[in-house]
Ligand binder design. Structure first.
Ligand code: NAP
Ligand code: F7E
Length: 325
């Protein structure tokens, strides 16, 4: 019989790439969607898996809906990708962020504990948990946490609950501590997609400027399609564990801007970029750089898409979107 996986956050960025991978591996994929008057399947359409998923309704804020799903589906694997994932919004909506990102995973863990203890659980943890902390300029599994936003704090809670349910009840639970990963279906608010979308509009004469916040922040950016493989691999190991996933390269927002403009043949990007304080945050994470040696060693995982390839892929996709309109 085909293995089954429940994927929360199926309509986001990572959900479609993960669903595609699991379907290719022969899984039956159940995708959690919340009630909308008009659900948006455009990311699933982009990846081409919209009609290959069994949709189930529920909400990370509604414990009973999650308990009932685990009780009835008994999935082999649960990938918890659902979150209020935008850091900037978490400063203004801290309670909502906590409910979805901290309590949501707790509800799923309890459902697994009570109704389906052999189900394996993946928690989408994040480099934002490290915040200000680093070990000689990078972050790995030993680096302590010092989150800098309600988002980061909410994910630290879920991280430790995931560890705790493994240690207390022997559940197979794993945290993927993923560094920033992007793609042509990255949400438009996140800085990479905002830049590639803006650059495409400027190239096609649809916009004159691009308004951004802190250009000095540095991130370890990889491709989402590479990172969902690591999620899958974590649940295929003999023993559950937590893994840092990233490229080991760190670039500033400024460098991303430069590379994106360069890809459309514009060297003097400063003419188009306006610094706007509304896009700055009350507290910033200055520099993230992964040391993913454990994942390389134990999971045999490594990223395939380089920084330059990622920028080009995203700019091209946005040019195509506008070009075809
Ligand atoms: P995303 O594009 O923002 O997608 C998040 C998904 O969560 C959306 O589909 C959203 O549903 C769903 N969701 C939000 N609130 C919900 C609720 N109350 N009930 C049910 N679903 C809800 O995020 P992503 O980039 O794919 O990231 C996936 C996960 O990895 C997230 O947990 C994120 O925090 C974490 N993460 C991301 C990165 C990264 O760089 N991308 C790095 C580390 C960790 P709607 O479509 O209905 O709004
Ligand atoms: O910001 C700076 C901003 O919003 C990156 C989420 O997926 O990755 C993501 O969180 C950097 C920050 O992502 C703008 O201040 C400058 O330093 O693209 P972002 P993030 O906050 O790193 C982690 C790993 C997650 O887990 C999260 O879910 O870019 N920046 N100017 C800007 N950022 C935005 N959004 N918009 C700007 O105009």
């Amino acid at each position: 019989m085909a293995k089954t996986a429940l994927v929360t956050g199926i309509l986001g960025q990572d959900g479609p790439y993960l669903a595609d991978l699991l379907i290719k591996k022969g899984y039956r994929v159940f995708g959690l969607i919340r009630r909308y008057s008009n659900p948006n399947f455009s990311n699933l359409d982009y990846v081409g898996v919209t009609n290959e998923i069994d949709y189930v309704e529920g909400d990370m804020n509604d414990e009973a809906s999650l308990l009932n799903l685990i009780r009835t589906l008994h999935p082999d694997e649960v990938y918890n990708l659902a979150a209020q994932s935008f850091v900037k919004t978490s400063f203004d909506q801290a309670k909502l962020t906590t409910e979805v990102n901290s309590l949501g995973p707790l509800y799923l863990l309890n459902a697994i504990k009570f109704f389906s203890p052999t189900t394996k659980f993946y928690q989408a943890s994040t480099s934002e948990m490290f915040g200000l902390q680093h070990t000689n300029g990078y972050q790995d599994e030993q680096t302590p946490f010092h989150p800098r936003s309600p988002y980061g704090v909410s994910k630290v809670y879920a991280y430790w609950m995931t560890v705790n349910y493994r240690e207390s009840y022997g559940l197979f639970t794993a945290n993927g501590i993923l560094f920033n990963h992007e793609s042509p279906i990255r949400g438009i608010q996140f800085v990479t997609r905002k830049i590639t979308d803006g650059v495409a509009k400027i190239k096609l004469g649809l916009a004159k400027e691009l308004r951004l916040g802190n250009l000095d922040a540095k991130r370890d950016w990889g491709f989402a399609g590479d990172y969902v493989e690591a999620m899958y691999l974590m649940l295929q190991q003999k023993n559950p564990d937590d893994y840092v996933i990233g490229t080991g390269e760190s670039h500033s927002v400024r460098e991303f801007v430069e590379a994106a403009f360069k890809s459309i043949g514009i060297a003097d990007w400063k003419k188009y970029v306006v610094i706007d304080p509304q896009f700055k945050r009350p507290a910033e994470v200055p520099n993230l750089k992964a040391k993913a040696d454990k994942a390389k060693r134990n999971l045999n995982w490594k990223p395939k898409v380089s920084f330059e390839e990622l920028v080009e892929m995203m700019v091209k996709a946005d040019l195509k979107r506008y070009g075809s309109k």
